[in-house]
Design a protein around this ligand. Sequence first.
Ligand code: S3P
Length: 440
Amino acid sequence: MSVKTIYPKKGLKGEVRVPGDKSISHRSVMFGSIASGTTEITNFLQGADCLSTIRCFQKMGIEIEQKPDAVLVRGRGLYGLSAPEGTLDVGNSGTTTRLLSGILSGQDFTSVLSGDASLNSRPMGRVMSPLNSMGARIESVRNDGCAPLRIEPGVLHGIDYRSPVASAQVKSAVLLAGLYADGNTSVTEPALSRNHTELMLGGFGAEVSSGVLKDGSAVAGIRPCKQLYGQKIRVPGDISSAAYFIAAGLVVPGSEILLRNVGTNPTRAGILKVCEAMGADLTYLDRNTADCQAKQETGGEPTADILVRSGSLHGTVIEGSIIPTLIDEIPIIAVMAACAEGTTVIRDAAELKVKETNRIDTVTENLKAMGCSVTPTEDGMVIEGGKTLAGARIRSYLDHRIAMAFAVAGMAAEGETVIEDSQCVDVSYPDFFATLESLS
Ligand code: S3P
């Protein structure tokens, strides 16, 4: 087992350029593969999840070249994928599995998707059900609603799907299948989830519509499509990765960290609102340098440089439609809450239970190990902050976001903290520990 020891720190200083956004990197390879012509991707995230996506498409005959400064995807059109030999290995990646299921539903060959133990225990009924109602033929090989999934050729029809969960993976799977359908497709979700698919597919030439209704629910629609066109994509820095350094800058006393080129798409930036509600000192820089893209767009995705200075935080309530915009950041938000004065309540976040681990359980267990008073609930947790955390042995359960969140907690704690299975950070941020150390 790989372990990492974290020591208490004071005064983190420096500049961090976080790696490319994971969700956008996945999509750029997927859409590039089914587009006609070459897609050139810069700042692609070389994390294990996105490499799983690359390998799946290479196995279906797509030439993908890793150059030092770009990834080139030689797309072969909507119907240009070829039948893979053997199982497509999706590793730890839910995004690969669910979005690929939508694309594979429209192909004329059989495919099987399977991943690691965590992935193969996550719910896939949420994509199988709408896709099969479009005419796809997806079955769970073990008949337990999870991967491995076998996908047989089917004839797809457009549907208007009402998703019970706000999930960009579900929405994207249905919209991608909609490219191959014989009529229009729409997905309504209870609140707006990340909209990278809508933005990027539009850029590739698909006819996509989207809007938020008065009651807060969101609708995205797509028309069947004959061709997508290869694009140049500059992937913005991942706000989900920046989140650990935002939190470190806030909770480690005497810190000042400048984060460069962070994606600030409002459907992802809930953590910034929560930081402000907790009294954080964040400054958005708008300097006119090549690095600082504040208020500019990268392929429809806004970015900013963010200056973080430590200060005292107070508890807050996090609930409702903001939840999908910060769902992956809840472990690190919980750590901030533990370091803040007063109580933080997180609710409406039952989706935490079906992430890489059950994050209500894994956050609760590890915060308790550090001496924090936390009560898990059915759809979130209640955290009593303000007591200095005590260094502890942290069980990451191979969940990258748990490992990174508690490494930050360790810096704000008294005594040593040991992160078990620390190499799991490779899933989304291979250089995480080196970058964290560079700030000391
Ligand atoms: C993702 C969507 C979210 C998120 C995941 C990435 C995406 O999952 O948690 O890390 O790229 O579409 P859900 O769609 O299950 O909420």
